[in-house]
Design a protein around this ligand. Structure first.
Ligand code: SF4
Length: 327
């Protein structure tokens, strides 16, 4: 059983979330605060997403009772403290969603901690409501930013169906006070502008986060010969996303610094600072909340002692602030 669980747990790495380090000995994903059992119910898939390895080989499947038993054991032994249930589409989508909910319900009988349930494309409105009732977070994968790209990548998924479900997800997440997220695979032909346009719409649905999964050309899939997406591009997209969510940057400002091909040529914060200047410390590249607070409250000498790079900061420093910094 451990080998099966390990395989399904490894394959869940394509569902990006707030945990990143995989502990192979325990089949769990870790972050600073979480020990998460993130696992697929099944790796058998009837769908045909061109970048995914699941439909093109034999897979493994866990029954809801098996999944919940494995997690509860891990929880009782202190190995895992949170759970994320996802799955490939091994049967009719409603049946798969039903199994995910069943595993979640069984777990809820003995566990009240963090639970994330993946919403399957094709899940019914009532199933999404039931998932929202028991989970802390639910998510549906949008996969690609443009509708025309989705039908190219997968013959059975449609943007209309996914967005219809996202509206239900948004409604029931609000009703039950939980969060919802989504994820995109990036590097299969979309531009950064496509991603920004997508973000504009989906933040309108109330998603808490958009995760980016860099495209990897997997052996045996129709996209085998393509180029892997670079880490740098994904980092730039996360930076742009962070500027919007945490610093309140306007999406139009970010769109204005894209090159002719609709891409960020480097760190979007640097591009915005160069084009529009900085009105406060927070807008200076390399300055986060912590450093901005330091700049406001310490003398130049103190900042130097703390190791703050004054030269780099003063290049972007707004004039009035620059004066106060050097006084
Ligand atoms: S639905 Fe698509 S991405 Fe998900 S497991 Fe099936 S083929 Fe892979």
């Amino acid at each position: 059983m451990f080998r099966k669980v390990l395989k399904l747990s490894v394959l869940s790495k394509f569902d990006v979330s707030n945990v990143s380090f995989f502990d192979v000995n325990r089949a769990i994903y870790r972050s600073k605060n979480l020990k998460m059992f993130k696992c697929l119910m099944s790796s058998v898939c009837k769908f045909d997403c061109s970048y995914c390895c699941n439909p093109w080989r034999r897979g493994e499947t866990l029954k809801p009772e098996e999944f919940s038993k494995v997690f509860i054991n891990m929880y009782k032994k202190g190995i895992a403290d949170s759970v994320f249930i996802s799955s490939a589409i091994y049967s009719d989508p409603e049946r798969v969603m039903e199994d995910i909910i069943k595993a979640g319900e069984l777990i809820r009988k003995e566990f009240s901690g963090y639970m994330h349930l993946k919403i399957i494309p094709g899940a019914s409105r009532d199933q999404i409501k039931r998932a929202a009732e028991i989970a802390d977070r639910i998510s549906i994968n949008a996969e690609v930013p443009r509708a025309d790209m989705l039908s190219e990548v997968c013959s059975v998924k449609s943007r209309y169906d996914v967005e219809r479900r996202e509206r239900w997800i948004s409604k029931f997440s609000k009703k039950y006070g939980i969060t919802h997220t989504t994820q995109l695979v990036v590097g299969i032909g979309e531009t950064d502008l496509d991603v920004l346009n997508f973000a504009e719409k989906w933040y309108g649905f109330g998603v808490r986060r958009i995760y980016f999964s860099p495209f990897r050309a997997l052996k045996g899939t129709p996209f085998e010969g393509r180029k892997n997406e670079s880490k740098k591009r994904v980092v730039n997209l996360y930076k742009a996303d962070w500027l919007v969510r945490e610093y309140g940057y306007n999406l139009e400002k970010l769109k204005a610094v894209l090159n002719e091909s609709g891409m960020f040529e480097c760190d979007p914060k640097i591009l915005v600072a160069r084009k529009f200047g900085c009105k406060n410390y927070m807008e200076i590249p390399g300055v986060g909340f912590k450093t901005a607070k330091l700049l406001d409250n310490h003398s130049l000498l103190e900042l130097k002692k703390m190791g703050v790079n004054i030269k780099k900061i003063s290049a972007f420093c707004p004039e009035q602030k620059k004066l106060s910094l050097w006084l």
